[in-house]
Design a protein around this ligand. Sequence first.
Ligand code: NG6
Ligand code: CA
Length: 505
Amino acid sequence: MTRRLFLASLILVMPLQLFADGTKPNVVLIYADDIGYGDVSCYGAKRVTTPHIDRIAAEGIRFTDGHCSSGTCTPSRFSMLTGEYAFRKSGTGVLPGNAPLIIPPTTHTLAKVFQIAGYTTGVVGKWHLGLGGPNGPDWNGLIQPGPAEVGFKESFIIPATGDRVPCVYVENGRVAGLDSKDPIEVSFKKKVGNEPTGKENPELLRMRWHHGHDMTIVKGISRIGWMTGGKAALWDDETMADTLAQKATRFIENHKKDPFFLYFGLHDIHVPRVPNPRFVGKSGMGPRGDCILQADFCVGEILKTLEKHDLTKNTIVIFTSDNGPVINDGYYDDAVVKLGDHKPAGPLRGGKYSNFEGGTRIPFLLRWPAMIKPSVSNALVCQVDFLSSFASLLGQTLKEGDSPDSLNTLPALLGHDPKGREFLIEHANRLSLRQGTWKYIEPGKGPKRAQGTDTELGQDPAGMLFDLSQDLGETNNLIATLPERGMAMAAKLLELRSNKSQRKP
Ligand code: NG6
Ligand code: CA
């Protein structure tokens, strides 16, 4: 069958075939934090083994060229949930812990696609998209707008990151376990309260900061930002993975009879890396490696729960990450000293924050036993396309202007189209363009490495051009030898970035 014929038949037949017996597939989107292309064994890691993540790969599709939208967390999550590249919207960079919600409640979102189709939706884990109106969240009252307005009926979230205050969980719009007699105050501008800080009292720390992270000490670790109050609500870093896994599996159990969409944002392997004692020392690579094992455990809990309730066959499980890997991200946690020959980005150059492939090319797995056969796909796919692709799967048409950068790549995501996107913009501190196996990075005059880290940013005043089919590690810059291709790709990048919609109506 020709590709066009196949696509036509897929579009016509699929919704009927899928839903003939009335059972829409459940969807569990497991979103790791800072796990790189080479950090899991199904992508070649040797020093750590990740059996549960590998199982998704073995029973599903392992994408070798799958991307998040950006080299950091907030913009990747923003794009994935809204279907719009974050670089189009100011204020979508890495957010402080008290930022207002950056997704206006009127925005169409991935969660709303599922809600329209009658799914029960939930988010568990890292949020980092801001909370509350223009003045930010009221930590001592009802925190809204938030996940509910973005389309998640149920939520249990880490408001920002593990290394940013406030170090509390927010459950369905309220700080979990808050004692009203001990209100929370948070600031990212000045010290609040009398709690010791990493800067003033380094002797109180159980993990020293390396860069940044020298403000309020919470549970022996100094964080970004200052907070006081909320003592009874403070999380324990050691039990965070278990707490989140329990909330996620409970959501599945509570909704096993509905179609459900669960967005499960792992905290691992973001800093501070404080694994549960049962993982400590197990990887031989220090806390960073131990947290990879802990992330794999969380994935295993999801798979086990699906199996227990006979949901495996008709549940789409996606495992992917929000940006590439970083080794030292601000604490002395042995990540550098115990790295050995482990390559967090595998064969790729760069990592978190970087314009090189290591910034956005990440593990990307999709399993759906009822509908797809195990395979490896080299298609160019991106999380920004989840929105359009799931809308298509559920028979929905998007309104013009909604989710402008989200393309329907469902055939690629289900393993039927080996090519995927024709063009993809990668966003870190510069923009890059992928076209097939060609990669163009726009000129940049910034520093060579991300602040405090060893990660190469991929900045060159003349721009860069790589032929990834010959040079996956981006070592041979062809911009001077192939100026015409460089100019053509620069022109295409300019066209795409200024074109508000990449989606044809
Ligand atoms: C940076 C932090 C880094 C991390 C990152 C966000 C410093 C010096 N660095 O600003 O530690 O928190 O923000 O990571 O403070 S992300 O995965 O959520 O994007
Ligand atoms: Ca991240």
